[in-house]
Design a protein around this ligand. Structure first.
Ligand code: CA
Ligand code: CA
Length: 144
């Protein structure tokens, strides 16, 4: 058992604690490189410590504390860029749904986060065009 000590955390903040399996990996934050240790609340001085059993000396690893609220928002946000009607697929129905939504007068609801595929924070005809090109293929479109 070794003691992992974290400080300079947000006081009373809830954190998920990880270590990097490989501290010099090129893709450090890849899920496979993160070894989840525990979730704890930092104390009032922004410190948290716990005992952990590792296959290596703790000094040889890089410890990481990630605020739990960040993790949760990431997992909740399982966004499918382009899937405006939330049916799990990206197809012409999505382009049509967005067009109707923009035009108004149609009883449509869209997943705005999925519909904004150029990442400008708005759902506009630009997004429709990108989705149509994406479906058509050959345009090298990447939906954001
Ligand atoms: Ca869809
Ligand atoms: Ca947009």
């Amino acid at each position: 058992m070794q003691e992992a000590l974290f400080n300079e955390l947000t006081p009373n903040g809830i954190y998920n604690f990880y270590i990097f399996r490989d501290a010099v990996a090129t893709d450090l934050f890849n899920q496979d490189n993160l070894l989840y240790l525990t979730q704890l609340t930092a104390d009032e001085s922004g410190t948290s410590s716990f005992n952990v059993t590792l296959p290596c000396a703790l000094e040889d690893t890089v410890k990481l504390a990630i605020p739990a609220e960040l993790i949760e928002s990431e997992t909740i946000d399982e966004r499918i860029a382009g899937d405006a009607n939330d049916d799990g697929e990206i197809n012409l129905k999505d382009a049509v749904t967005i067009r109707r939504y923009i035009a108004g007068g149609w009883d449509v609801t869209i997943n705005e986060a999925n519909a904004d595929v150029n990442g400008d924070g708005e759902v506009t005809l630009k997004d429709v065009v990108l989705i149509r090109r994406f479906i058509a293929g050959g345009w090298n479109v990447i939906l954001l």
